[in-house]
Every structure is written in structure tokens, then in C-alpha cells.
Design a protein around this ligand. Structure first.
Ligand code: SAM
Length: 186
């Protein structure tokens, strides 16, 4: 696991078309261990509030923020570093990339990591700025599936079983139905 944590950068968010799939991306990022979810394109306070509300109910503290200039942010991330951190490693998920299963084990883990997920149109600069263009298979499919498989590979299988601390609701795994402790009524 990277000591600096993992940021997801979702490019080109479109209000009206993308809220559901981008919310799913953020939920997958949160459940699989990312620390920060950034999105560019349209602003959407409601989507941000949705994720904060999931954190409050089910735990964890993944931050979600809109950014106006994703390419400037990405250049700074890989060249200078962000928020006093060292320069980071950028992985761009694209069906045109190299096999994520072969390459992920070779990526250094002592630097911040950003995982870039494209939107309707991915600027060609993303391919050049990213140190790694990685494919989750060389067929077009879903960004949600690509992110889930990549993060599972990065953190090691079992990442999805992790416990997120601090939630109001605690789910007890059950074969027979819903078993939830509601700490608000304790
Ligand atoms: N039209 C976009 C383009 O010009 O590249 C692609 C749209 S695709 C549904 C959205 C995102 O899903 C891509 O930018 C990529 O991040 C991710 N994606 C889709 N298939 C993928 C694959 N096989 N491997 C890795 N990422 C994939």
C-alpha cells in the first residue's frame, strides 16, 4: 500500500448525463480504499453531499472535490507534487494501455498515486503526462469495472472486505438477512 495514499481523478463529468456512473465510481473508490476523489467538468454539490452522507452512515473519510483545471493539476502532481507531497505516479486507465495485471506489481509504492479515469473524450495529453497507461483488458467496457479491478490489484484481493471506521451503521455480515447495528439508537 502507498504510504501517501491514492487519489482518483475522474475527467469530464457532465451534469445530467453522468451523476449515476460517477457516484458509482466514487463509491467503488471509497469502498476499495482511495483517500481522495477529484472530478473535473461540471460542478455537482449534490453528488459530493451524497458521498459525504455515505461516509457519515457507513464510515471512512474519503474526500470528494471538484477541480477546475485537471491537466494543470496532473502536471503539478507528477512534476512538483501536491500539498507538500513528493511528485507522484499517474496511472491512466485506458483500453489502449498495457496489461494492468503485468504492470501494477512494478509500480513504485513510495509515492502518491493518482488513477485517472476518462470521460466522454480523453485529452491526448493524459496519455503523455501519465507514467503508465494501463488497460483492464483491451476491450471497451465500464470505468467502474476498470477502477474496481485496478484497485483490487493495487491493494491486494481482500481490499473490498476492509472495515471503514466511524460510521453510524455497522453491518454484521449475515447469510440470512440484514443485521445492522445502528449506533444512533444505542
Ligand atoms: N470515449 C472515451 C475515449 O475517447 O477514450 C472512453 C469512454 S469509456 C466508457 C470511459 C473510461 O472508462 C475510459 O476513459 C477509461 O478510463 C475506462 N475504461 C473503459 N474500458 C477500459 C479498459 N478496457 N481498460 C481500462 N479502462 C477502461
Amino acid at each position: 500500500m502507498s504510504e501517501h495514499g491514492v487519489t482518483i481523478l475522474r475527467l469530464g463529468y457532465r451534469l445530467g448525463r453522468d451523476p449515476r456512473i460517477t457516484t458509482h465510481l466514487a463509491l467503488v473508490a471509497r469502498a476499495l480504499g482511495a483517500q481522495r476523489f477529484l472530478f473535473s467538468g461540471d460542478e455537482d454539490k449534490k453528488m459530493q453531499e451524497n458521498i459525504s452522507s455515505v461516509n457519515q452512515r457507513f464510515g471512512g473519510d474519503m474526500e470528494i472535490e471538484h477541480i477546475k483545471s485537471p491537466m494543470a493539476w496532473l502536471r503539478r502532481f507528477v512534476t512538483q507534487g501536491i500539498d507538500g507531497n513528493p511528485p507522484g505516479v499517474a496511472v491512466h486507465l485506458t483500453m489502449y494501455g498495457a496489461s494492468f495485471r503485468e504492470v501494477t506489481p512494478t509500480i513504485r509504492r513510495d509515492r502518491p498515486l493518482v488513477v485517472i479515469v476518462g470521460g466522454a473524450k480523453v485529452p491526448s495529453d493524459v496519455f503523455h503526462i501519465s507514467q503508465y497507461n494501463l488497460a483492464v483488458g483491451n476491450q471497451p467496457h465500464s470505468e467502474v469495472a476498470a477502477l474496481a479491478l485496478f484497485l483490487d490489484g493495487w491493494y491486494g484481493s481482500g481490499a473490498i472486505e476492509r472495515k471503514l471506521e466511524g460510521g453510524e451503521l455497522i453491518i454484521n455480515p449475515s447469510l440470512t438477512g440484514k443485521d445492522v447495528n445502528d449506533t444512533r439508537s444505542a
